[in-house]
Design a protein. Sequence first.
Length: 245
Amino acid sequence: MADQPQVELHLLTLSHPCLTAKAALERKGIAFEEVVLPMGNHRDEVEAIYGEGRRTVPAMIIDGEQVHGSTAILARLEELFPENSLYPEGIADAVREAELWGDGEYQDLGRRLPWAALHFRPEATGSFAGARPLDPAGVDFAIQTIRGSWKLHSISAERTAADLAGLPAMVERIEGFASDGLIGGPDPTAADLQIGATTRILLTIGDLEPVFDGTTIREVALRLFPDYPGKIPAGAYPAGWVTSG
Ligand SMILES: N[C@@H](CCC(=O)N[C@@H](CS)C(=O)NCC(=O)O)C(=O)O
């Protein structure tokens, strides 16, 4: 491998695209400094460093070069450090296409569905910080945070029901990626890292267990991201909203 670069990764601890970027750096064997930003204020901080309009994490500075966004980070790491390829020869274009699909609507589900479920089980919010179910004062605080998140991510009951109704078709598509050899192999691809991270977050929602039961992406998500916290017990969403295809 080339000389070790100087790398700073700006992130939020529980963010799934940040898990993707971290896992890519680890897979490439690159040491990096994690700069954990405070949730909520991170947008302004990212913009101050990376420039106007760049308000999301992950974002990376590698030997002075700024790279913003998970897919851009993975692509740049691959260019600089081709070893342990994330886009293996022969399937590189298909992996990239699957990764980009994973960076779209599926990644957004990872931002909406946990907050949507927590609305119905606010006491479970503490589990994302490794804590026990919250006491009543904690639940009051969590409810405020959850309301803020519904607003920020434009979550509504109608949208949640639609997201849940669309999920089995997405999982079927992901299993198609597995059949095509784009995910699920022993060496993670960019598609594994991108789609696996979102899936890992969705697996914190007990109601979604039947949707992922027996799938390749469930195994990938738990293998690549074993230590993600959080558990929202089954029975959160209203009956009938979750279908398993
Ligand atoms: N598709 C982008 C999405 C990044 C993204 O939306 N990150 C969230 C955290 S999961 C964020 O920073 N959101 C702040 C905002 O939307 O203002 C990527 O993969 O880098």
